[in-house]
Design a protein around this ligand. Structure first.
Ligand code: OTU
Length: 651
C-alpha cells in the first residue's frame, strides 16, 4: 500500500521494522486513522532517519531505538483527542498557518498576567480585543521549589506548576483558546532539567541509567579542558559551567545555574523521554513548543559547545516526530546566537527547512535598539542585508522585548563595514540603555557583567528603555509622545518584517520597570525581573481612555494589528529584502509579492526625515498608499516625508 521507494535503502528497512512496531498501538483505531498515521510516517520518515543517523546511527541497537520511538509516536497518536486530530488534518491542508499575516503573539507569565490558568480564561476578552492568535504561556510546567530561573528549571515536564492549576486546567485553557483561534505555546526546556527532576534524583540515588541522562565527571580533568573554550551565560550569578554535587561525588555540567543540569543528548533514552513528553503536552492541546536553550544541547571538546551540527540533527528528528504523530504542532527554536549560526535552526543544506518552523530573530531586536540609540540605521541595514537567506516555509518570531536581557549580538565585521568598532558600539549601547550616557532617556540596568571578557548585557522594559519612564516622571509631554512613537516604531517594524510578531505583556500599555523584585530575596539578584512585571489591570482599564498613555499605545498598536491583517504582503513566505534608503536615519525594506511590492520605511530619528520618491517609483509605487493610515501619500514634490519615528507600509 505504501510507496517507500523515496526512502534510502537503510531507511526502507528501518521503516518496515518500525511500521510493524506500531501495529499494536494503532490497532484500536479505525482503519482510516491508521492509514493517516502510516502515510505521515512514510512522508516524514526520511527526515527522521536523516536527523537520528548522524547522532545515534552507529549504535548496534539503532534499529530497535527507531522502532521504539515510532511505537511511542503511534501510542501518542492513538491517545490523541478527536478535536486535535481534526486540527492535524486542517493543518495538513494549511501548513502555512503560523506564517499568515493574521498571526499575532502575546507573551506572558501565567501568574503575572492572570494568577492561574483559569485566570487566563477570565482575561480572554483582553486577548481577543487585541486580535491575538497565539499566546506563549511562560512558567507553566512544574519547576523546582525555591530558585528556578523563572521556571526554566523544570522538575516535572508532565505536571503543571501547582499554584497555576493542574493538567486538566492546562487542557481546558488550550481548548478554550483554540476555539477562539488562539494557539498555545509552552516551553520545553531541552538543554537541561532541574536538579529536582526525578532523573536527577535517581542519578543521585545511584541509578546508573539516570546518571547517563546527564554529563557528569569524576574529577576536574574534563571540565577544565572544556572550560578553556566555553563561555559563561551568567558570569556573575552562576560562574563556570560545572557544579560539584556532593551526593554524586561528581561534577555535573550546568551551563546555566547550578540547579539546572544539562541533559546528555548523546544518550538516546533522553531523546525517547523528551519525545514522550512532547507527545503528552501536544495531546493536552499545546500547539507550539518553544524549545529553550537549544544551542547548548551538544558538547564538543575544543568548541564553545553551542550550535554544533548534532543540535540541528536532533531538532530535525524531533520536528519529524511531531509531523508524524501530532502534525498541528509547530516548533520554535530559542537560539539567541549570531546570524550565521542562527540560520541553521531553520535548516540549511541537507536540512533545508526541516529543523524548526520558527526561530527568534534576535538580530532584528538588537538592531532596533541599536539604531534607536545611534539614530542611524547604517549598521542595521548592512547587517540585515548580509543576513543569510531562509527557507520560504518558515517564520521568524519577531519581537522588541521578551523576558530575557538584551545581549548586544553585533557582529564585528558588520560594525567594521560601516566604520564602527564592535566593542566600542556595544559599550555605547550598554551605557546608553543603562542610562549612563549623556543625553540618554533610557532607564535600564546592566545585566551579567563579565569582567573577564568585558561583556555586558541590559535589562529593562521596552517602555523604560524607550524613555517613557523618565518622561512620565518628569511629566514631559514631548518626551512622552516621542517615547510612545519609539515603541510604535518598534512594533511596526516587527509586525511587518516577516513572521510571528510577539508582543511582550505590558508593552501594549507602556508598562515601565517593575522595581519591587528587589524585595523578594529569591530573585533579588536577577535584574531581569525589572521587565517581568505583574499585569496592572487597573492600568489596563485606562486603555479605554483616549488621551492616556495606555489608550494611545493600545489603540495604535491594535491599529497596526488590523493593518497587518489587511496586508497579504506580510505573509511570512514573502521575502524581506532590506534596502539602502539613501537616508542614514531611515530603515527600509521591500517585500515583493504577486500583488505588487510593499515598501516599508521607518524613521529612527526624533526629527522629520525626507526621502526621494525615486526609491518607491523604482519599485512600481507611483502612487504609494500607506496600509497603516489607509491614505495615499502626497508625492507631488518628489519627496516623501516621515514624521519623528514615523513608519509607513506602502503598497
Ligand atoms: C533561555 O535564555 C531562557 O529564555 C531564559 O529565561 C533562561 O534563563 C535560560 O534559557 C535557561 O533556561 O539560553 O539560548 O541572554 O538569552 O539565557 C539562549 C541570555 C538562552 C538568554 C539565554 C537564553
Amino acid at each position: 500500500m505504501q510507496n517507500v521507494r523515496h526512502l534510502d535503502p537503510e531507511a526502507r528497512n528501518l521503516f518496515l521494522e518500525a511500521r510493524a512496531a506500531c501495529e499494536r498501538p494503532l490497532s484500536a483505531l479505525p482503519e482510516a486513522e491508521q492509514t493517516i498515521f502510516l502515510l505521515r510516517l512514510e512522508r516524514w520518515f526520511q527526515n527522521l532517519v536523516d536527523g537520528l543517523r548522524p547522532v545515534y546511527g552507529d549504535r548496534p541497537e539503532f534499529g530497535s531505538f527507531v522502532s521504539t520511538l515510532v511505537r511511542d509516536m503511534a501510542e501518542g497518536f492513538a491517545a490523541r483527542p478527536d478535536a486535535l486530530r481534526e486540527l492535524d488534518l486542517e493543518r495538513d491542508l494549511t501548513p502555512d498557518w503560523f506564517q499568515r499575516e493574521s498571526m499575532l503573539g502575546y507573551v506572558f507569565y501565567v501568574d503575572r498576567f492572570a494568577g492561574t490558568l483559569e485566570g487566563v480564561e477570565e482575561h480572554l476578552d483582553y486577548l481577543t480585543e487585541l486580535d491575538v492568535t497565539y499566546v506563549h504561556l511562560m512558567s507553566v510546567l512544574h519547576a523546582r521549589d525555591g530558585e528556578n530561573d523563572g521556571g526554566y528549571a523544570v522538575q516535572d515536564y508532565r505536571e503543571v506548576q501547582p499554584e497555576l492549576g493542574d493538567r486538566d486546567d492546562l487542557q481546558h485553557v488550550c481548548t478554550v483558546l483554540r476555539e477562539q483561534g488562539i494557539s498555545v505555546c509552552v516551553d520545553v526546556v531541552l538543554n537541561h532539567s532541574s536538579d529536582q527532576h526525578e532523573w536527577a534524583r535517581r542519578a543521585r540515588a545511584g541509578e546508573t541509567r539516570y546518571l547517563d541522562y546527564f554529563h557528569t565527571f569524576e574529577d576536574r580533568t574534563a571540565p577544565d579542558a572544556f572550560e578553556e573554550s566555553l563561555n559563561e551565560v551568567f558570569p556573575d550569578l552562576a560562574p563556570g559551567n560545572f557544579t560539584f554535587v556532593p551526593d554524586l561525588g561528581r561534577w555535573v555540567w550546568t551551563t546555566f545555574h547550578p540547579y539546572q543540569w544539562d541533559l546528555n543528548w548523546s544518550n538516546e533514552n533522553v531523546f525517547l523521554e523528551i519525545n514522550r513528553i512532547m507527545l503528552d503536552l501536544a495531546n493536552l492541546g499545546v500547539e507550539v513548543f518553544r524549545l529553550d536553550a537549544v544551542a547548548f544541547m551538544w558538547k564538543r571538546l575544543g568548541s564553545n559547545c553551542q550550535n554544533q551540527p548534532e543540535v540541528h540533527d536532533l531538532l530535525q528528528a524531533l520536528r519529524a516526530c511531531s509531523k508524524i504523530a501530532t502534525p498541528s504542532v509547530a516548533h520554535k527554536a530559542e537560539a539567541i546566537v549570531g546570524p550565521d549560526d542562527l540560520v541553521h535552526y531553520l535548516g540549511t543544506g541537507r536540512r533545508y527547512g526541516k529543523v524548526s518552523n520558527i526561530a527568534y530573530h534576535n538580530s532584528l531586536m538588537v538592531h532596533y535598539w541599536s539604531s534607536l540609540a545611534s539614530r542611524d540605521v547604517r549598521l542595521m541595514t548592512h547587517a540585515l542585508r548580509e543576513f543569510p537567506r531562509t527557507p520560504a516555509s518558515i517564520a521568524w518570531a519577531t519581537y522588541i522585548r521578551c523576558h530575557d536581557d538584551i545581549g548586544w549580538a553585533i557582529d564585528d565585521d558588520d560594525a567594521a563595514a560601516v566604520g564602527l568598532s564592535g566593542d566600542a558600539h556595544r559599550t555605547f549601547l550598554t551605557d546608553y540603555y543603562a542610562g549612563h550616557f549623556e543625553g540618554s532617556h533610557a532607564r535600564g540596568a546592566v545585566f551579567a557583567e563579565n569582567p573577564r571578557t568585558g561583556d555586558r548585557r541590559v535589562s529593562g522594559s521596552a517602555a523604560s528603555l524607550a524613555g517613557l519612564e523618565l518622561a512620565l516622571e518628569e511629566d514631559d509631554d514631548l518626551l512622552t509622545a516621542l517615547s510612545i512613537e519609539r515603541l510604535l516604531l518598534g512594533h511596526a517594524l516587527m509586525f511587518s518584517f516577516g513572521g510571528v510578531p510577539l508582543v511582550y505583556m505590558g508593552d501594549e500599555l507602556g508598562m515601565t520597570n517593575a522595581y519591587e523584585y528587589t524585595r523578594d530575596p529569591e530573585i533579588a539578584d536577577d535584574n531581569r525581573y525589572l521587565h517581568r512585571p505583574r499585569m496592572d489591570w487597573a492600568r489596563a482599564e485606562r486603555r479605554r481612555l483616549e488621551e492616556t498613555v495606555e489608550g494611545r499605545l493600545f489603540r495604535s498598536l491594535h491599529g497596526l494589528v488590523r493593518a497587518r491583517r489587511r496586508t497579504p504582503h506580510l505573509h511570512a513566505a514573502t521575502s524581506t529584502d532590506v534596502l539602502d534608503s539613501g537616508n542614514s536615519r531611515v530603515f527600509a525594506f521591500v517585500r515583493p509579492h504577486p500583488l505588487g511590492n510593499l515598501v516599508a520605511l521607518f524613521n529612527f530619528a526624533d526629527r522629520p526625515q525626507t526621502l526621494s520618491t525615486e526609491l518607491l517609483a523604482r519599485r512600481g509605487l507611483e502612487q504609494p498608499y500607506d496600509q497603516i493610515t489607509q491614505r495615499y501619500l502626497d508625492v507631488q514634490s518628489g519627496q516623501i516625508s516621515l514624521s519623528p519615528y514615523g513608519r509607513l507600509w506602502l503598497i
